[in-house]
Ligand binder design. Structure first.
Ligand code: SF4
Length: 423
């Protein structure tokens, strides 16, 4: 890549491990644009929201840092907690949480942005958000049904980093880095490994595979978290994919808007909206994640015409009851995110303490459907172990057939008949 003026260097993003640069400076951006975007980015950072809670946290733990620094996503990544010792500066660890000096969890390292730490209850280890990101000893318990790759993604991978399971779409895993690691992550086999960022050269076989497979009309960019990559790298990927005539839609799967909302800068959004139709699926867990910062970040994406959907994993002790889930779904709609999937927790090694029964998931769907807006009801799915793909689950609304009619149960449990005698 050509040299850039010093003041433009931070457009290339933080100094992340094992990142490779694009093979040459992309043709779609010149240095005038870079300077322009840098200035807009600076203004954007200065104007971004900071909630009172985050401000108090900033003043308490980073008294030397400015609000402008706090609102820089590079600063957030650089100052993330990466060890239990660092985390113990901010929260009082419980017996079950891995204590300083302990061996820690082996499968997935710890990383949490200062912003997300500011949402954690320092005194309550049972707080939903805290349980989703702070390691506990239970992670060492391995259940016989668990696997490192429970969905057999490796088996359905024709070239590195591409999973081609369904007829007309592929999953493209473009990085192994996340700004905050979820303790129940399905991809612990690949995230946070030595070569966190897979890198531009390593994307090439995947891009060529997609170019050669005309049946692929939908590409889901995931990882890791693609929005932890610098704008230039995200744009490189999007522009390559958009130049493939048979790729109709591009999707990005991310948790960034709620763990690192500072990343949703105006230059990023202005770049993303050049690649429509583009969809973003956001990994929410609990309504307490929806703060003023997250509302602003999702608002910017929605204003750019990007349809936003949510993906939520059903997690024991975190969101496994109707009221908690309803509160989350309603909060999502208020910030213009459409509830999309509710996932049964995958049997990944060391996650048995997170898994609920399937009946619990059905009970939640039953408690939503009919009792609130249809838009607030996600599709409950099991991603079938062994690579069967997503299988939807519904409570038993169809209860039988009788003399040319179907017997149906409504949300209140009342029985109705529908004439079903057409041929
Ligand atoms: S954001 Fe996604 S890929 Fe990253 S740790 Fe969480 S579940 Fe895994």
């Amino acid at each position: 890549m050509d040299k850039l003026p010093n003041e433009n260097r931070d457009l290339l993003g933080p100094d992340l491990p094992e990142e490779e640069e694009p093979p040459s400076k992309p043709h779609f951006i010149d240095e005038v644009t870079l300077l322009d975007e840098y200035l807009k980015s600076r203004n954007d950072r200065e104007k971004s929201t900071i909630s009172e809670r985050s401000l108090t946290f900033l003043q308490t733990y980073f008294p030397e840092a400015t609000v402008k620094e706090w609102n820089s996503w590079h600063w957030q990544i650089k100052n993330s907690a990466r060890s239990i010792e660092q985390l113990s500066r901010y929260i009082r660890l419980s017996e079950n949480e891995v204590k300083p000096g302990g061996t820690g969890t082996q499968s997935l390292p710890l990383r949490i942005t200062p912003y997300y730490i500011s949402l954690l209850d320092p005194d309550n280890p049972e707080q939903a958000l805290r349980k989703s990101v702070v390691p506990v000893f239970d992670e060492f318990l391995i259940h016989p049904d668990e696997a490192t790759d429970p969905l057999s993604e490796e088996h359905d991978s024709p070239v590195p980093n591409v999973v081609h399971r369904y007829p007309d779409r592929v999953l493209f895993l473009v990085t192994g880095f996340c700004s905050t690691y979820c303790r129940y992550c399905t991809r612990t086999r690949m995230v946070a490994k030595d070569k966190c960022h897979i890198g531009v050269k390593a994307w090439e076989p995947g891009l060529q595979y997609i170019e050669q497979h005309k049946e692929v009309r939908d590409v889901l960019i995931s990882g890791g978290d693609p929005l932890t990559m610098p704008d230039l790298h995200v744009e490189y990927l999007l522009s390559r994919l958009r130049s493939i005539p048979h790729v109709e839609i591009i999707r990005i799967g991310t948790k960034v808007p709620l763990v690192l909302p500072q990343r949703i800068t105006r230059p990023l959004v202005n770049m993303l909206k050049k690649y429509h139709p583009l969809f973003i699926s956001i990994h929410f867990t609990h309504a307490d994640e929806i703060t003023p910062e997250v509302t602003e970040a999702c608002g910017k994406l929605a204003d750019a015409g990007i349809p936003l959907g949510s993906q939520t994993v059903l997690l024991k002790g975190i969101n496994d009851n109707v009221e908690t889930m309803k509160r989350l779904m309603h909060a999502l709609l208020r910030i213009r995110v459409r509830p999309y999937y509710l996932y049964q927790c995958d049997p990944v090694v060391g996650t048995s303490h997170f898994r609920t029964s399937i009946d619990k998931g059905l009970e939640i769907i039953h408690g939503l459907r009919g009792f609130t807006s249809g838009y607030a009801v996600p599709t409950y799915v099991i991603d079938a172990p062994g690579g069967g793909g997503k299988i939807p689950l519904l409570p038993g609304y169809t209860i039988g057939r009788e003399e040319g009619t179907v017997l149906l149960k409504n949300y209140e449990g009342r029985i109705f008949r529908y004439p079903d005698n057409s041929v």
